[in-house]
Design a protein around this ligand. Structure first.
Ligand SMILES: *Cc1c(COP(=O)(O)O)cnc(C)c1O
Length: 389
């Protein structure tokens, strides 16, 4: 086949992994083959469906045990977890918070909820997450030190934190990022929404930042319907995470008193019940997803000009969403490829529109974004449900 057969070649490779007899497949579908029904039914029978109940504690305990983080606080969704994580890390109104231009909108929104300003930086080709080298170069050009903190010379705002995101489950180059954070006194908040089950040099993602956020939305590797969690290894922050996400209520047998403006961000027991059952099958999901990724890698290995996105060196990815990069010279064929795949019942989609192109974030400060802009044009996500294995 020649280079002009690009759409057919992509379809052919995907068909080797997802045969036609499977029928229509989504990008990432949930599966409930464990004890989900038992646990949810238990909530209904006992009446513990809402903001209190044993499944919340159990789910949080399962998360700390699995990730190795000392504290986990379950939340209503991943965006809420990010919002509170940023507050816990000390982000204040009018601060600037660095983040990748290539991410889901939640990362930027959570920063805005703190009345802070997102500052977009470029990603690296090997991780699709924040590039430490480009970040350091950018900060050296725009940041100046005033006392304990560094400020954006162009806007006058304090550079308070950075939110790296582990794109499609592939861990960012965390050690190098931490070095840059130390040089510029930036707090790190990991957006680990996509990386439950992914490790970096053997340590679970979410353990490197001061605070981190997970998501259990319907399309994530495990789901609670909607849900998220804050992870931290700091006892004080763990306690505050619980307090802030539960309306900042002062514990008392009958009095209702609150000592600051908190949030109703708690995960209902009903959703936590689903989460407990999903955590039990997570190891099985991960095994299947790695097998699926290996099949895609093999199917695309004979196509010299198509690049299957693999886990970075030193990292073990959950391969949440499989992705390929189309050849640069044929990006004008991207939509034809998408159309052929979707017409064949294979849900595929491009990555997110970069944050600086969105109306509400177009005015935000940013670095040069050559890699993110290239990836935006070339990347396609492919069907990635664990049931496909
Ligand atoms: C899913 C996701 C979130 C959180 O999303 P919710 O739907 O609020 O749980 C945050 N950041 C990224 C990068 C995500 O993919």
């Amino acid at each position: 086949m020649s280079a002009s057969d690009l759409p057919e070649r992509v379809l052919h490779a995907v068909r080797q992994v997802v045969p036609a007899e499977i029928g229509t497949v989504g990008l990432h579908e949930p599966s409930f083959n464990g004890r989900e029904a038992d646990y949810v039914l238990d909530c209904l029978k006992t009446g513990w469906v809402s903001s209190v109940g044993a499944y919340v504690d159990r789910f949080e305990a399962m998360l700390t045990e699995y990730t190795g983080a000392k504290y986990a606080v379950a939340t209503a969704n991943g965006t809420a977890a990010l919002h509170v994580a940023l507050l816990l890390a000390g982000v204040e109104a009018n601060d600037e918070v660095l983040m990748p231009a290539l991410t889901f909108i939640a990362t930027a929104n959570a920063i805005r909820y703190c009345n802070a300003v997102p500052h977009f930086v470029d990603v690296a080709m090997d991780t699709l997450g924040v590039d430490p080298k480009a970040l350091a170069g950018h900060l050296e050009a725009v940041a100046e030190r005033r006392g304990d903190f560094w400020f954006n010379r162009q806007t006058g705002r304090r550079l308070r934190a950075i939110v790296p995101m582990h794109t499609f489950g592939h861990p960012v180059d965390i050690n190098r990022l931490l070095t840059v954070c130390a040089s510029f006194n930036l707090a790190m908040i990991e957006d680990a929404a996509e990386s439950l089950g992914s490790t970096y040099h053997g340590v679970h993602t979410g353990n490197f930042g001061l605070v981190s956020a997970l998501s259990f939305n319907g399309n994530k590797i495990i789901t609670t319907g909607g849900g998220g969690a804050i992870l931290t290894n700091d006892a004080e922050l763990g306690k505050r995470a619980k307090h802030l996400t539960t309306t900042a209520r002062v514990s008392h047998r009958w009095e209702f008193t609150h000592d600051e403006v908190g949030f109703n961000y708690r995960l209902p027991n009903l959703n936590a019940a689903l989460g407990c059952a999903q955590m039990e099958v997570l190891p099985d999901f991960l095994e299947r997803k790695r097998q699926l990724a290996a099949r895609y890698a093999s199917a695309f290995s004979s196509q010299q000009d198509l690049h299957f996105v693999r886990e970075p060196d030193g990292a073990c990815s959950n391969y949440w969403l499989n992705a390929i990069l189309l050849p640069e010279v044929q990006i004008e064929q991207r939509d034809t490829v998408l159309q052929i795949l979707n017409d064949a019942g294979l849900m595929a989609r491009p990555c997110w529109t970069l944050m600086h192109r969105l109306l509400m974030y177009a005015h935000c400060p940013r670095a040069a974004l050559p890699i993110a802009e290239g990836v935006e044009k070339r990347l396609l996500n492919l069907p990635s449900s664990p049931v496909l294995v």
